[in-house]
Design a protein. Structure first.
Length: 317
C-alpha cells in the first residue's frame, strides 16, 4: 500500500487464540508527512469501521486509533503527522470485534475500503508568546499544526491544558515539535502525558537546536464516546526563559508569576496559596488581594488625622 492509494478487503471474525482478525497493510512515510486515513464500509456491506496505524520500532510513538467520532460506524477517519521516516502498518478490523466483549462477526458482507491520503492544509502562523492557542477535535479527527520561528538556544515551552481547563476536557492530547528548517522536518520532541496532577495533558519543553522555523502539532488519541464539548484544548506557546516567556506554564499561578520558581504575583493576579502573592494574601476567588491587616492599619491611620480648614484674611492692597 502507498500514500494516495485505496485498497478493498473483507474482514473475518475473531480468532479466540490470536485475537481479532486484522487485515494488515504496510506503507512508507516520511517525517513531517501530514496524512489522513479513512476506513469505510463498501456499498451494500455491514462493516463497522475501525483500525490502527502502528509506527515502526523503536519510534517514540506506537499507534494511532482510527474509530468513528460518533455512533455512525460505517466510516472512521482521522489525521496524523509522521514523527519519523520509515515503514508503517495499517491494521483494519470490524469495530464489533474489539473491546472486552467481542461479537466475533465476519464474512463476505464485511467489506471495506481503506485510503491513505496527504493533507495539504497549511499550518497556522504564530508569533510567541501566544497566551491563547486553542481548539476542539472534530468528529473527522483533524489535528492542528502551527508554525513559528525560534533562535538557537531559546527555550521552547508549550504545555497542553485539557483536564486543567476550568471545565475539564476529556481529550487525551499529545504534542510533537518539528524543526521545519530541515528537509524532511526533524522531530525535536514528542510528549504524551506529563502524569501527576495534570495526568494526560502534554508538555513540550526543550531548547531550540537551530535558528529557523518550527512546527508544533497538537494530536490526540481515541475520541470515540467523547462529546464535542469535551474535546477542547489549549496550548500556549513561549520561547523564553521560565517566568519570562509571556505564557502560563509549569507551576505558575498566573503568567510569569507565582509557584515555586517565579516571583510572587501582584494584586488581582491569579493565585492558589497565599505565597503566590506579593502581598501575602490569596482571596477566596483565587486572586491576589491586600491582607486584612493592611486594611486595619490604613483605617487606623486615617482615623488618627483630622483636617480643619481655616480662612486666612486677605492681604491689604
Amino acid at each position: 500500500m502507498s500514500i494516495g492509494s485505496t485498497i478493498e478487503g473483507t474482514t473475518g471474525n475473531l480468532n479466540n487464540v490470536l485475537g481479532p482478525d486484522y487485515d494488515d497493510f504496510k506503507f512508507d512515510a516520511t517525517a513531517g508527512d501530514h496524512l489522513r486515513v479513512t476506513i469505510a464500509n463498501r456499498a451494500g456491506g455491514t462493516f463497522q469501521a475501525s483500525g490502527l496505524v502502528v509506527t515502526p520500532a523503536p519510534a517514540p510513538d506506537t499507534y494511532r486509533v482510527i474509530r468513528p467520532g460518533t455512533s455512525d460506524t460505517p466510516i472512521a477517519t482521522r489525521e496524523f503527522y509522521i514523527a519519523e521516516s520509515g515503514e508503517y502498518g495499517l491494521f483494519v478490523s470490524d469495530l464489533r470485534n474489539l473491546g472486552a466483549a467481542p461479537q466475533e462477526v465476519g464474512g463476505p458482507t464485511l467489506t471495506y475500503r481503506a485510503e491513505i491520503s496527504r493533507v495539504s492544509r497549511a499550518p497556522a502562523p504564530l508569533t510567541p508568546p501566544v497566551v491563547h492557542h486553542a481548539g476542539n477535535i472534530p468528529n473527522t479527527g483533524d489535528v492542528t499544526a502551527a508554525s513559528f520561528t525560534a533562535t538557537m538556544g531559546q527555550r521552547i515551552t508549550a504545555p497542553t491544558r485539557a483536564i486543567q481547563l476550568p471545565t475539564p476536557s476529556k481529550v487525551d492530547t499529545y504534542l510533537l515539535l518539528f524543526d521545519a528548517s530541515t528537509t524532511p522536518p526533524t522531530l525535536v520532541q514528542l510528549n504524551d502525558d506529563q502524569g501527576g496532577p495534570v495526568g494526560t495533558d502534554s508538555l513540550i519543553d526543550v531548547i531550540a537546536p537551530t535558528n529557523g522555523s518550527y512546527l508544533l502539532v497538537v494530536d490526540h488519541y481515541d475520541v470515540r464516546g467523547i462529546t464535542p464539548d469535551d474535546r477542547k484544548w489549549e496550548v500556549p506557546l513561549g520561547t523564553g526563559l521560565p517566568c519570562l516567556n509571556g505564557i502560563l506554564d509549569h507551576d505558575e499561578s498566573d503568567v510569569d508569576c507565582g509557584g515555586a520558581t517565579c516571583a510572587a504575583c501582584a494584586l488581582t493576579k491569579s493565585c492558589n496559596p497565599d505565597g503566590d502573592c506579593a502581598a501575602g494574601s490569596c482571596k477566596s476567588d483565587h486572586s491576589c488581594g491586600c491582607p486584612s491587616a493592611l486594611h486595619v492599619v490604613a483605617a487606623t491611620v486615617r482615623a488618627a488625622f483630622t483636617y480643619t480648614l481655616v480662612a486666612s484674611p486677605s492681604p491689604a492692597l
